[in-house]
Design a binder for this molecule. Structure first.
Ligand code: ADP
Ligand code: MG
Length: 352
């Protein structure tokens, strides 16, 4: 990105961001953005072709779009509008959303949009593929832990145990666009898959509008459109777990692929030397502690990547890698607590 455009870009970050973003998350998101700008822009090489980019705040995170070969900022505006609509549909906490209505249905059938039905169908696929490690019915635990606002209170074992009987995908039924929960206290949370799904929808819209180069970054959930101008692959940095957002442990070159990472450092608190984080074991209701510090998935569909990054984090290195190796066209990088990098067979990387 040329320098003058860079400063315009930084100003637009502040213009677009809504107020009330938690400070730590804001700073780390901002750092990540600068880092991505650095990694993705091909650094100092200037390109004369047209380009539009902007940032916003949706899904409780910073989002960024960049489109090459166009100066039509209406495309970005339309994407932000779509994000707002998806947020109104899929947020667990926003009153009147599809997810909110399911969770407040007290066991009555609820009619949902095609998008929500598609997401639940996909979530079921990953529930089955991961042997229950990925389970959107973890919502009763999510409410208790409340990592979005929790300053460091570990819930009582008894409250987690009480929630456990209301968790389990088999409590949820989807028939066409009708969702029914067998248990009035069961609930769903699409936080482990929605951003990937939305990124795919945005890309489909942009490609339909003739965009052949760009990227969609939903809080570090990256989806590339084609390559950079000149057929140069995007170089996507993968964060060093728990380090500054600008600290990259490695990078991966992609053409049109999704790169999604799940890690405890995204949302956590530390109490008495233990890290309590937002990726939960559906069987126990507690954060997963299994020696992993992040999982990155490379795939063409970002929804697949999003679900699988969360699922593999729960499954752990051995079972997660086994799952990835059984799937066509999906690659993964597992980073363990000792900062070792474990690649699936065809993950593109230097071997030295
Ligand atoms: P991020 O939200 O940082 O992109 P993830 O994609 O890994 O990270 O999603 C984590 C979110 O997924 C949690 O905040 C929660 O909403 C939900 N979640 C947590 N554990 C599970 C699980 N075992 N299965 C499905 N969703 C989960
Ligand atoms: Mg996920």
């Amino acid at each position: 990105m040329p320098c003058s455009e860079k400063s315009k870009h930084k100003i637009s970050i502040f213009r677009k961001l809504r107020s009330g973003i938690p400070c730590g998350r804001f700073l780390s998101a901002l750092l990540l953005l600068f880092l991505l700008s650095f990694c993705l822009s091909g650094c100092r090489k200037q390109d004369s072709s047209a380009q539009v980019s902007d940032v916003g705040f949706y899904f409780d995170t910073v989002v960024e779009l960049r489109l090459n070969g166009t100066d039509d900022s209406k495309l970005i505006e339309e994407c932000f509008k779509m994000m707002g609509q998806y947020e109104s549909l899929l947020s667990r906490t926003r009153e009147g959303s599809d997810v909110w209505r399911i969770n407040h249905s007290a066991g009555e059938p609820v009619e949902v949009s095609d998008d929500t039905a598609a997401l639940i169908t996909l979530a079921q696929k990953y529930y089955e593929l991961s042997d229950g490690a990925f389970d959107i019915t973890i919502a009763p635990y999510v409410t208790i832990w409340d990592f979005q606002n929790n300053p460091g209170n570990v819930p009582a074992d008894a409250s987690i145990a009480a929630a456990r009987i209301h968790v389990g995908f088999p409590l949820l039924h989807l028939d066409g666009n009708i969702v029914t929960l067998d248990d009035p206290r069961a609930a769903i949370d699409l936080g482990g898959i929605a951003k990937g799904y939305i990124a795919d929808r945005l890309k489909a819209y942009l490609v339909g509008e003739g965009i052949t180069s760009g990227y969609i970054n939903l809080g570090g959930n990256m989806l590339a459109i084609g390559t950079k101008p000149g057929d140069i692959p995007w170089n996507i940095g993968i964060r060093k777990p728990f380090a500054e957002a600008s600290d990259i442990i490695t990078a991966v070159k992609v053409n049109g692929l999704s790169v999604v990472t799940s890690g405890p450092y995204e949302r956590y608190f530390e109490k008495n030397g233990t890290i309590y984080h937002h990726i939960l074991d559906p069987k126990s209701g507690y954060p997963v502690w299994n020696g992993l510090s992040s999982v990155t998935i490379l795939s063409s569909s970002s929804a697949d990547g999003d679900a699988l990054s969360t699922a593999c984090f729960v499954l752990g290195l051995e079972r997660g890698m086994e799952l990835i190796e059984s799937l066509d066209g999906i690659e993964a990088l597992f980073i363990t607590d000792d900062e070792e990098l474990h690649y699936s067979s065809n993950f593109p990387h230097d071997t030295d």
